[in-house]
Design a protein around this ligand. Structure first.
Ligand SMILES: [Zn+2]
Ligand SMILES: [Zn+2]
Length: 428
């Protein structure tokens, strides 16, 4: 045997051994155990074989660049923090994308739309929102999704699913109808001037007492709800089933028996985990008598979160609803680890999981802060004739004549897009 063949033999052996160790490292990582030898290889982003080649995306997800496989689900955190939303962390929002292309927003908390925008998804596909409950840190950005999606390309009504309450005034239908009242000037003025239909909201209110009830079933995706125990009647937890996989999206709740029953064995189980009361006193300006109620009378402490996950035994657990930073995450993590040693993510904004039957990966999205609407194929319907004109002649007569300043620019635009039959400048 010549030297060259021998060398190739050794190289192949080393490569196989490396891959085996690498895969073991991956496996351990997905099981939440410590990484050993392989840490260094992963730190570099995996093996790069060609000096002109690319490093595998071990850590980063670049929105809009990665096709989802049919048997895959992608979950992105568009909000993970507190009602006092901050630039680094919006309030609750989870985007779930099924391999069939359908996209679902679970909660749309204060500040979350900036993260949603960075996901580079045409707004026409962001038309389905499922609210876990009606606290504003879970629906505060409904205005930005409603009006932003409307002005940036959504061609149809925004659809909102959410629970009923003990009385009609405590339900989702009431909340959305009164949101539209609050936004009446916005609606009437835009509806007259641009496409009206996308400015409407279609509400699907369901019984908050339903136990594992189907609230949505289309294109192979089934969404169910069950009750949660949080500050009053009404809040719910959702599960989404697709291709034999199950994602559980828990809103705010005290540990409850329904989650234990229906989240059992989920592929990805999301549940809130509140920071210790001491941290709320020190960092969030809460008086102690309020802090220990907030954390542990109507939310879920780290230890309680751990006990839930030890009982439910998901393939992967996700904790959220805390300010995730150096001062807090280790405290909460240690509390969770008192009662749970399984796979765990401590969620922060723009964290991403890809779920298949074989593997669950956690990465961070790397995205632009200056995203525009991504063009899709949907075309908005034209303005509706006969809508009430929100202008009076008196206010229109207040327009200052600036035609000399902008005439050429607008004429050129009309030429380019053949708009002469729609010249609004001639309208009185
Ligand atoms: Zn709440
Ligand atoms: Zn909340």
């Amino acid at each position: 045997m010549n030297r060259k063949v021998k060398l190739i033999g050794i190289t192949v052996f080393l490569a196989v051994a490396f891959v085996a160790v690498y895969m073991k490292g991956q496996h351990n990582a997905s099981k939440g155990k410590g990484l050993e030898l392989i840490n260094q290889a992963e730190a570099a982003g995996g093996m790069v074989k060609d000096p002109r080649g690319t490093a595998p995306d071990r850590y980063a997800y670049y929105p809009g660049t990665e096709e989802l496989a049919e048997n895959e689900i992608r979950v992105v955190v568009c909000g993970s923090g507190m009602p006092a939303a901050r630039r680094g962390q919006a309030a609750t929002c989870f985007m779930v994308e099924a391999g069939n292309g359908d996209k679902f927003l679970f909660d749309i908390g204060t500040g979350s739309m900036a993260n949603v925008a960075a996901l580079m998804i045409p707004y026409d596909w962001l038309d389905k929102v499922f609210l876990t409950h009606l606290h504003t840190d879970h629906m505060g950005d409904i205005d930005a999704l409603w009006a932003g999606g409307w002005t940036a390309g959504r061609s149809k009504s925004l659809r909102v699913w959410g629970p009923s309450g003990q009385t009609p005034e405590m339900g989702t239908k009431y909340a959305m109808e009164h949101f539209m009242k609050h936004a009446n000037w916005d609606f009437q003025t835009r509806a007259f001037n641009i496409s009206a239909v996308p400015g409407t909201i279609e509400v699907h209110e369901f019984d908050y007492k339903g136990e594992n009830q189907v609230v949505y079933q289309e294109n192979g995706v089934t969404i169910r709800s069950w009750p949660a125990v949080h500050t009053g009647d009404g809040p719910v937890t959702y599960s989404l089933e697709y291709k034999g996989m199950r994602i559980v999206i828990g809103g705010d709740t005290f540990p409850n028996k329904w989650y234990i029953e229906y989240a059992k064995g989920a592929d990805l189980a999301i549940h809130e985990a509140f920071m210790a009361p001491e941290l709320f006193v020190k960092l969030y300006n809460q008086p102690p008598e309020l802090a220990w109620r907030a954390c542990c009378a109507f939310h879920t402490s780290g230890q309680a979160f751990g006990k839930i996950m030890s009982t439910v035994k998901p393939r992967h657990a996700v904790a959220y609803h805390f300010f995730n930073e150096e001062a807090t995450r280790y405290v909460l993590h240690d509390q969770i680890r008192e009662t749970y040693d399984g796979p765990l993510s401590m969620a922060t904004d723009m964290m991403v999981w890809n779920i298949t039957k074989d593997e669950i990966t956690e990465r961070m999205a790397v995205s632009t802060d200056e995203a525009w609407a991504v063009p899709g194929e949907a075309v908005q319907p034209p303005p509706e004739k006969g809508r009430p004109n929100p202008y009076s002649k008196w206010i229109l007569d207040g327009r200052w004549d600036i035609s000399d300043a902008q005439k050429k620019m607008l004429d050129d635009f009309a030429d380019k897009y053949n708009l002469w039959d729609q010249d609004w400048r001639k309208q009185k």
